[in-house]
Design a protein around this ligand. Structure first.
Ligand code: SAM
Length: 295
């Protein structure tokens, strides 16, 4: 192995005082689209990685942990799996996971950045795999905000796989009460809205708690769940929102029946994993119960 000084490094800066250094074997692409900076690299540890605005989006080594967690609890619980909407989801792996469910008749994915989608198809082909060519997939390049405002369709599951809502991110306008109301209006009866919802780390949980607090004003059940994603170097959190389905209380038999019917095999998620995802430590439960600001 070459000595560390010969490596090129991708340094993910979590805060001015916290960084994770990834040694790089190759940089496939580095540039800027109309919406964000993009890099596609290969790290020595995690394989290929997509980085947007300096934030790791997913890695070849562990993307299944993130994408199975984002998609399958929601689909296992949804009353109607026939129509699914993905907000964002550029790499195509969320689409791939949704389409592994044969009950899904149509999946619309709306990502604002056609260049990210094209780069993903070119360099990260394993992420989207056959999903891009699946007849059930309807990939729209456009602003999810506009889609939500203009669409009259309803969906049994809406899956938000957007970038972090940092002030200058194109995802930022999708995190406010008006949009949460629009999303709710696009959910079918018994529908589930699930979102990737920032970190639930001991030292960094404020944004997640703020999302949960805001969403609780719209939905009867707002459940937080999380898992460690090694390439993100942190505990990654999600929120599941519904008026009818409490994902934290899903029956293990229902989960395993759902998983057993998926095309191909899961590497992460089943009924046992579900218990672990929704089993929250005290500090998370405290943070979620606290009063505070909302979007
Ligand atoms: N796993 C990710 C993470 O860790 O944040 C999110 C994955 S995915 C790459 C995020 C996608 O959201 C990007 O492809 C980006 O183009 C898309 N996006 C951001 N703002 C958007 C908007 N307003 N409408 C639609 N897509 C948007």
């Amino acid at each position: 192995m070459p000595k560390t000084e010969h490596w090129q490094w991708y340094v993910e800066e979590f805060s001015p005082t916290e960084t994770h250094h990834h040694a790089l074997e190759e940089t496939y692409y580095a540039g800027r689209t109309k919406f964000q900076s993009v890099a596609v690299v290969r790290s020595a540890t995690f394989g290929k990685m997509l980085i947007l605005d300096g934030d790791t989006q997913s890695s070849q080594g562990d993307e299944r942990i993130y994408h199975e967690t984002l998609v399958h609890p929601a689909l296992a619980g949804a009353g109607d799996r026939s129509r699914v909407l993905i907000l964002g989801g550029g790499e195509g792996a969320t689409l791939r996971e949704v389409l592994r469910c044969a009950e899904v008749q149509a999946c619309t994915m709306v990502d604002i950045d056609g260049e990210v989608v094209d780069l993903s198809k070119r360099f990260l082909a394993e992420w989207g795999a056959n999903a891009w060519n699946d007849k059930r997939a309807n990939v729209i390049i456009g602003d999810a905000l506009k889609f939500l405002r203009e669409s009259k369709e309803t969906f049994g599951a809406i899956i938000s796989d957007l970038t972090e809502p940092l002030p200058d991110s194109p995802s930022n306008p999708l995190f406010n009460a008006d949009v949460f109301r629009d999303i709710k209006a696009r959910l079918a009866d018994g529908g589930v809205y699930v979102l990737q919802a920032s970190t639930a780390a001991f030292h960094n949980i404020a944004l997640h708690a703020k999302m949960a607090r805001t969403l609780r004003t719209f939905f009867r059940y707002v459940r937080s769940f999380s898992t460690h994603v090694p390439a993100f170097d942190t505990e990654w959190a999600f929120l599941a929102c519904s008026d009818k389905i409490d994902l934290a209380a899903l029956n293990p038999a229902q989960i395993d029946a759902y998983v057993s019917k998926l095309n191909g095999y899961n590497t992460f998620y089943d009924a046992e994993t579900h218990r672990r995802l929704f089993s929250l430590p005290i500090f998370v439960r405290r943070a979620l119960a606290e009063e505070g600001d909302v979007f």
